[in-house]
Design a protein around this ligand. Sequence first.
Ligand code: C2O
Ligand code: CU
Length: 502
Amino acid sequence: AVALPVERTVSGLSVLTSRIAESALPAPFTTGFAVPPIIRPVRSDATTDYYRVSMERTSAEIVPGLRTEMWGYNGVVPGPTFVVPQGRKVMVRHVNNLPPAHPVLRYAPWTSVHLHGSASLPQYDGYASDITNPGQYKDYRYPNYQPARTLWYHDHGLHHTAENVFMGLAGMYTMTDPLERSLPIPHGEYDVPLIVSDTMLNSDGSLLFTTNDESGFYGDVILVNGRPWPAMRVARRKYRFRILNASISRSYNWSLSTGDRMAVIATDAGLMTGPQYVSNFRHGVAERYEVVIDFAKYRAGQRVVLRSGSPKNNIGFTHTNKVMAFDVTDDGFDNADNDVPSSLNPLQPTMALAESAAVATRRLDFGRSNGRWTINGTTWDDVVRSRFTKVLAAPKIDDVEIWELRNLSGGWNHPAHIHFIDFRILSRNGRPALPHERGAKDVVYLGENESVRVLIKFDQGRGKYMIHCHNLVHEDHDMMAQFEIRDPDVGVSDPMGTPASW
Ligand code: C2O
Ligand code: CU
């Protein structure tokens, strides 16, 4: 029997009482696995690949026989995957072709597209207030000079990011580089995106959204690449999975049903210096972890389940903590007994930063006051009211700083994200970072009462960038602020950021 949660307010798409019955959903591992298509440029020149993406209404079939209206980049959910070599510039024309009115959502779906993990300059950063209304477009430019990594693009529209992402506006963007391509880790068809999100449906198949009193959205149907609890056929060999937590609020704690360890080889900002072997790890919203799982040791016919033990905030169905299955086949046996190389990226620049190089230490407190989620007491509305002059920090270009991120909000967690830069975790609650997060990152999970010190170098990119909680409901209500990278030789930048040369 499913106990329906008691809800007072529903800000989004429908009311909880019409939630679909568990028995109407596909049973776990009865749905096939699929990966999003790879997008191709519409044109290329010597330095740049040009893409065009249309945000549009689409209809998905999450439950067989029921149509679910969603919004997709190019009409697919998750959006098409970009695969980009380091050093090639990318321009994406994002056209907002969303319907100007939605029968249930009570806003015109303005958008702002953020390439999460990119050092893109302020004007192309997906700034929340830099919105594009239905019928308009914006050209986003990405320099792609960073080390190889798994990025993702998702909506960031002011005060409606949670709904826009919930409706389907998220996709993966992978950047490769010569080091990544040369390593003996799985590539090509064995390098597989796993975009994990959670959703909730009405009995007619339509999406059901609630912010649970602005605390978060916790869906009970777990999707991998848009499919509910899929089963993937795997050969007896190693696979590399790029796991992106694209959920609105839910975090996961991964483990395999066999209890076997996984090799974590990359964090948000790319390859770790060496792999970390873990049998489970916590994965907060917006974080990316690349893991290698070796299926060579299993027998054909065996099923290995990727599951998540995160009882917290589960208002879910009995299957919420199952995520997907790997069904081992006897194809492509690969008895490679060599392990993932013990050294992957020894010169990783962010990991090589010395703490002693820091010229300042700042504190950013994630809290709650007067019914709003705040950072150092500030909300995004405060930033807007200040005409974008209010900044929480103004580091000088090329400086290294320590930021201490503290969760002072009581029984909540906050995946804290800093735009534009990569950081490394110096300590978590005075202790070393957890094994799986010992790599360069751009989001860090702040559990209850946790405090995390991170080391950041503010190289390049004069201008203003956001810092926010990536629980998108917190972000919309209004846990977001900005910092400014200043160049003393140039002076103060414009409120919305000055585009540097492209
Ligand atoms: Cu993934 Cu400011 O966002
Ligand atoms: Cu939060």
